[in-house]
Design a protein around this ligand. Structure first.
Ligand SMILES: NC(=O)N[C@@H](O)C(=O)O
Ligand code: NI
Length: 166
């Protein structure tokens, strides 16, 4: 069997992730201002939460088991009816594998990022992504996504792609 194509892992930045959605982080570049008499800093409006008119946003916690490395990806999924955000609660880094929205995805379209434990991601509607890729230990994530009528999860099979840790 031929070796899977290997993809390099890049550090997650808002600029690099812009074609796929938002990075959720308390960055100096974010709009932020003091509230509560100066006791608290508000990092304001960090992502675009989207659902179709028939759906509504829900908040869940995903408890992900760590993926074993080396990792080979063979599929991606997308949620055309709404965005999907993951914010780590366990403070651990994790992997994010994505491709731009559109029909037909090939390995050449896939980007893999290493997210820090204080960075969340919000997939824009239709962004192709691999289901949660927790690392190192069982990790909890706050998840904000769409619930409602009709299917909202398309899958696509990929030619096996290996991930080279940074
Ligand atoms: N199935 C589910 O709710 N989770 C996936 O959408 C995922 O991106 O992890
Ligand atoms: Ni998903």
């Amino acid at each position: 069997m031929s070796q899977p194509v290997a993809l390099k892992v890049e550090p997650l930045t808002a600029a690099a992730f812009a074609p796929f959605g938002d990075v959720i982080e308390a960055a100096d570049s974010a709009r932020h201002f003091p509230i509560n008499g100066g006791n608290t800093e508000r990092f304001h409006d960090l992502m675009t939460l989207a659902t179709d008119p028939d759906g509504h946003a829900i908040v869940s916690i995903f408890r992900g088991q760590p993926r074993t490395l080396p990792l080979t990806l063979t599929m991606l999924e997308r949620h055309p009816k709404g965005s999907q955000a993951f914010m780590p609660l366990s403070g651990r880094s994790y992997l994010v594998a994505v491709a731009r929205p559109g029909e037909g995805v090939s390995v050449a379209d896939v980007c893999v990022f290493l997210a820090r434990g204080d960075q969340g991601v919000n997939y824009a509607p239709g962004t192709w992504h691999h289901p949660l890729l927790a690392l190192h230990a069982t990790s909890d994530f706050l998840v904000i996504d769409r619930a409602g009528p009709g299917g909202n999860c398309d899958e696509v099979t990929l030619e096996p792609v290996g991930i080279i840790p940074a």
